[in-house]
Design a protein around this ligand. Structure first.
Ligand code: ADP
Length: 386
């Protein structure tokens, strides 16, 4: 069957200085579907094997020059040829011979004169063994890389699990505070109404509305955070002037309340990003600048090209600045947010970091106590096509 299709059952190299032996074996193995090469001089073996490695070597022991043991030892010492199974052939049938044959790395031993059936059976067995070994090695290798992948995925899951736990904790905590104050205000409002003091009740209702507004903001940020975690967006050129104006429009009430002044650049360098997310980044930096800036807040918004690939955007405020010890934890995610101040709920900067890093950028802050803070983010620059 194999002979008919022309497919070889394996490539065998016969090494024997006795040409009649070589011819006989060669004819027999070729007849049974093997591809056969023959070498009668042991000094040629390494060259022939290096030219193209056979699947198996039949190696005579007694040869002039290097004998079979020495050839086998040389093959086993070379990593390129060490895996090729070697079957010894010899007329000598003493025990010492066999022991030495196995000691130098031979897998089997065929006595001369040959019994055709025996030669075929041994050759076939060792070729099958060799193929199985190769397969096993590949499987072990595949298993190893699968295990590595699993360990990696498990670590990631663990990290994301820890993060989610901390997240749930922060969320519960953050939502509870405004809720408690709303409940309290509702009780007070009820009391004022029952005491016939509608003016005071109106005032407490305003405070209640603020609490609801705060809850609403937190929920918006949580939704944004969830979408940043999940979604993959395509970066497009940003019309930054319009994005900042939009954010300032959303902050108008707060800005009026704090009597904030905001100075904008005249020219915006072109950067790549995702406009809805970048608007949230500005919302956070600008509202923080208003909340934590000077009294009244005076903000300078700036932009400059950092190098050939990146553009930096920032908000400089006139606040009291932030101590060095606190700076490095500002952008840290939920796990450490409990340390943040009571005014805010502390989700904002960690979301900013997530957004900007997901857009292949980076965030940072520079602050000198007494001289205000500069919160910045860096985005990839839009490269003009010629
Ligand atoms: P939040 O404002 O809701 O607390 P953020 O993550 O936006 O959440 O800010 C975390 C903390 O960082 C704030 O509570 C505040 O203490 C500090 N911070 C942020 N921006 C400024 C700023 N411009 N100046 C001084 N402190 C700031």
């Amino acid at each position: 069957m194999i002979e008919e299709t022309g497919l070889s059952k394996g490539d065998i190299l016969i090494v024997d200085d006795a040409l009649p032996n070589l011819r006989l074996l060669s004819r027999m193995l070729t007849h049974h579907g093997y591809q056969v090469r023959g070498v009668s001089n042991s000094s040629m073996v390494m060259t022939v094997v290096h030219a193209e490695a056979p699947d198996l070597i039949l190696l005579d022991i007694n040869m002039p020059g290097q004998n079979g043991y020495e050839v086998c030892a040389a093959l086993k010492a070379d990593p390129l040829t060490a895996e090729i199974p070697v079957i010894f052939m010899s007329a000598l049938d003493d025990v010492l011979d066999k022991v030495r044959a196995f000691a130098v790395g031979g897998v089997d031993y065929i006595p001369k004169p040959f019994q055709i059936e025996e030669v075929l059976a041994r050759v076939e067995t060792h070729l099958t063994l060799q193929a199985l070994q190769k397969q096993l090695k590949q499987q072990v290798h595949a298993l190893q890389s699968l295990t590595n992948d699993l360990v990696h995925a498990n670590n990631q899951l663990q990290a994301s699990n820890n993060e989610l736990n901390a997240f749930a904790h922060t969320v519960a905590h953050d939502l509870k505070n405004p809720l408690a104050s709303i409940m309290l205000t509702a009780d007070v409002t009820e009391r004022y109404l029952s005491q016939g003091q509608p003016d005071k009740a109106t005032q407490t209702l305003t405070a209640m509305r603020q609490g609801v507004h705060k809850l609403d903001n937190i929920i918006d940020e949580l939704l944004l955070l969830a979408s940043v975690r999940k979604e993959t967006v395509t970066k497009t050129p940003l019309v930054m002037g319009r994005i900042v104006t939009q954010a300032l429009l959303r902050l108008r009430r707060m800005s009026e309340q704090f009597e904030a002044a905001v100075e904008l650049p005249e020219i915006w360098p072109l950067a790549l990003g995702y406009a809805p997310w970048i608007e949230e980044v500005w919302m956070n930096y600008l509202s923080n600048g208003i909340k934590y800036g000077g009294k009244p807040p005076s903000l300078v918004v700036g932009a400059e090209e950092w190098d050939d690939d990146r553009v930096c955007f920032w908000v400089q405020d006139n606040g009291p600045g932030i101590e060095a010890a606190k700076l490095k934890n500002l952008f840290v995610e939920f796990t450490r947010l409990e340390q943040t101040r009571a005014q805010g709920h502390g989700l904002g900067l960690s979301i900013v970091k997530r957004i900007v890093e997901k857009l292949d950028g980076e965030v940072g802050v520079e602050s000198t106590p007494g001289k205000g803070s500069r919160f910045y983010f860096v985005l990839p620059k839009q490269v003009h096509e010629l």
